[in-house]
Design a protein. Structure first.
Length: 135
């Protein structure tokens, strides 16, 4: 991937919505990338998840360029098994995105990650770190 095509920075949210974190990650993509995951953010899940558990996934995001992102819950290492994902086109206003899904297998603590893939097309995306919990 072209290392000059995208950048990531931790910034203070401008005009944050009520209840959202003040620190967000800003992704700026200036050129198309071969894969959407070539520009991404990751939060390691520090607890084990078990088959049949329901997990909640909440993230705040916006994009002045109405960019598409993909939220994922997947293994951190090979084979990078994807347990859940959702693609969405972000709005220019801050919005909370709430999801829940069922875990298909058992995974140890520190082996899973909540990720955002932001490398679909040139634009600007701002996202909070996902909050992941077992319901």
């Amino acid at each position: 991937a072209d290392k000059n095509a995208g950048s990531t920075a931790i910034v203070t949210a401008t005009d944050p919505a009520a209840g959202m974190p003040s620190r967000v990650t800003r992704f700026i993509l200036t050129k198309p990338l071969p894969n959407p995951w070539d520009l991404h953010g990751e939060t390691t899940v520090d607890f084990a998840v078990r088959r049949g558990q329901t997990v909640s996934y909440r993230v705040w995001a916006r994009s002045p360029t109405r960019s598409k992102v993909q939220w994922t819950f997947e293994q951190k290492a090979e084979p990078f098994k994807n347990v859940w994902y959702q693609e969405v086109i972000l709005t220019p206003q801050w919005k909370a995105y709430d999801y829940s899904f069922t875990i298909p297998d058992n995974y140890a603590a520190e082996t899973m990650a909540a990720r955002v893939h932001a490398g679909f097309a040139p634009g600007v995306v701002e996202v909070s770190a996902p909050v992941v919990a077992v319901k």
